[in-house]
Design a binder for this molecule. Structure first.
Ligand code: XMP
Length: 506
């Protein structure tokens, strides 16, 4: 495996994804918590950073155990750090180097630069530059304005690069990472979904043995894939619970429950709609709604999990981005969880936790799910928030409003699927607004509700752009909604991007 030491760059996760795309396993660890060297560790990548080596108290961990023993690649800050600590000089760039540049000198004898072409485009993003390298370093690539674009330490497999190979604007960045990971570090490219499934299932069998596991299914990708992996390992000893909170899409509960049963899962569907509606009655504040839903879910899940006698484990669909300790949000409180008040926790939260996806990125979870044969209906679906339609109905929640929104959402989503637009959209849905407006229908004046349609493109939900859906499509969807859904006489389309607008309206 490859170790990526994170110095807080916005691109650190991208480095990990690129390495994984080469079918090589890697882990991200914060620079101030370097893990022990294990025999499977083949190479180390030092990430970039928002910090500067010219600051006081710049991040400067002891990496000497790696140097000379394992291949090391410093990217941007990582490169500057190694240069400075070995007697080189790093200064503020006179012009801030940001954006595309071209390699004007490439040492083709160097293994790191194998198959990298002269004039190759690279992505620069740094405020400092390496002015002078130490005596035992050699420059192996330059651009017109950056002489030390890449270096190698003469008697070590230690490299530094000033540009960012993980960003796709570095057109041959993936080749460079392959050179480091495969040719220099000697990692074998055998980290594939099949191999992941095989080894994970074996580990789960070992870990769980003959114990019983409880798992809450949500209909989403992560919990479904986690369930299938555990199911492959222990079969009927996995007890899945799928709660209908009355806030899902139209027919979603029945459809998904059916798919789960087809997949062979031992799943119990629990109709708790009334409990959720009762807890939500009269609540209008979004956070209050979220809290009420979370509370009722825990009550229902706790009650159901008591039906499974002597369960020992709680299965969870936690994925890698949820567990990576980010350097930028470090601080004493971020890593301390509320484990100390175990006494007050519901019983299921005291179970041992099993999280088979916690090393995977979202797209890897999908690949594994497809390899496991889970239907596209579950794997390819858009993200859907835990509180469901409750945060898409602005104001208080009633069963009647849920029913209206389910119809509207159903027309929108099925039209996206029918026209083939569904897979081009990252997430889509409809909002029921607390507004009524005047309309005419036939000879009659109406005073009915407004719905807003929202569709966005995104990579991870952190930022998003509104989708430029074709006018014809929007016209058809709007007509169908107004004609078919009683109580709605106006449809608007949300053309705000995130930031500053969020994807959900609440
Ligand atoms: P926002 O609205 O913050 O949404 O731009 C980003 C992503 O998060 C989802 N979302 C939630 N998911 N519980 C969830 O499980 C929530 O309370 C919640 N709020 C927003 C949203 O659907 C989008 O995918």
């Amino acid at each position: 495996k490859i170790l990526i030491l994170d110095f807080g760059s916005q691109y650190t996760q991208l480095i990990a994804r690129r390495v994984r795309e080469l079918n090589v396993y890697c882990e991200i660890h914060p620079f101030n918590k370097i893990p022990e060297i294990t025999p499977d560790l083949k190479g180390v990548i030092l990430s970039g950073s928002p910090s500067s080596v010219r600051e006081e108290n710049y991040p400067n961990p002891d990496i000497t155990p790696f140097l000379g023993n394992l291949p090391v690649l410093g990217v941007c800050y990582g490169a500057q750090l190694m240069a400075q600590e070995n007697g080189g000089e790093v200064i503020a760039s006179t012009i801030r180097e940001y954006g595309r540049a071209k390699l004007s000198h490439v040492d083709h004898h160097n293994l790191l630069l194998k198959e990298i072409t002269l004039d190759s485009q690279v992505w620069m993003s740094h405020g400092d530059t390496i002015k002078k390298i130490p005596d035992n370093f050699e420059v192996i690539a330059s651009t017109d304005s950056v002489e030390v674009a890449a270096y190698k330490v003469k008697d070590q497999e230690t490299y530094g690069i000033q540009f960012h190979p993980e960003v796709t604007h570095s057109t041959e960045g993936k080749t460079l990472l392959r050179n480091f990971v495969v040719h220099i570090s000697g990692c074998s490219q055998d980290w594939t979904p099949d191999q992941f499934i095989e080894s994970t299932v074996a580990e789960l069998r070992e870990q769980i043995g003959g114990d019983k596991v409880i798992l809450g299914l949500s209909g989403g990708v992560d919990s479904s894939v986690a369930a299938m992996l555990i199911h492959q390992a222990i079969g009927k000893n996995l007890y899945c619970i799928f709660v209908d909170n009355g806030l899902l899409r139209k027919n979603e509960f029945e459809d998904v429950l059916h798919s789960y049963k087809d997949m062979g899962l031992n799943v119990k569907g629990v109709d708790a709609k009334d409990q959720f509606y009762a807890a939500l009655a009269g609540l209008t504040d979004p956070e209050a709604k979220r809290k009420a839903i979370g509370r009722v879910f825990i009550e229902v899940f706790d009650q159901e999990s008591h039906q499974v006698e002597d369960a020992k484990w709680l299965g969870q669909g936690t994925i890698y981005p949820d567990v990576i300790e980010s350097v930028s949000v470090k601080g004493p409180s971020a890593t301390i969880k509320s484990h100390h008040n175990v006494g007050g926790l519901p019983d299921f939260m005291k179970l041992k936790v099993v999280e088979p996806l916690k090393t995977l990125f979202k797209d890897e979870v999908r690949l594994v799910g497809r390899t496991l044969g889970i239907s596209e209906n579950i794997i390819g679906r858009h993200p859907f928030p835990g509180p469901g339609l409750a945060i898409r109905i602005l104001g208080d929640i009633t069963a009647e409003k849920v029913a209206i929104l389910q119809e509207v959402d159903h027309i929108f989503i099925s039209s996206l699927k029918k026209t083939g637009l569904y897979d081009q959209v990252w997430q889509a849905g409809a909002m029921l607004l607390p507004i009524q407006s005047v309309g005419v229908m036939g000879d009659e004046r109406t005073y009915e509700r407004v719905v807003a349609l929202r569709a966005v493109t995104s990579v991870d939900g952190m930022t998003a752009d509104w989708c430029h859906l074709p006018y014809e499509f929007l016209a058809d969807v709007s007509n169908e909604i107004i004609n078919k859904v009683r109580g709605v006489n106006r449809v608007v389309y949300d053309i705000s991007s995130k930031p500053p607008a969020t994807i959900e309206w609440e």
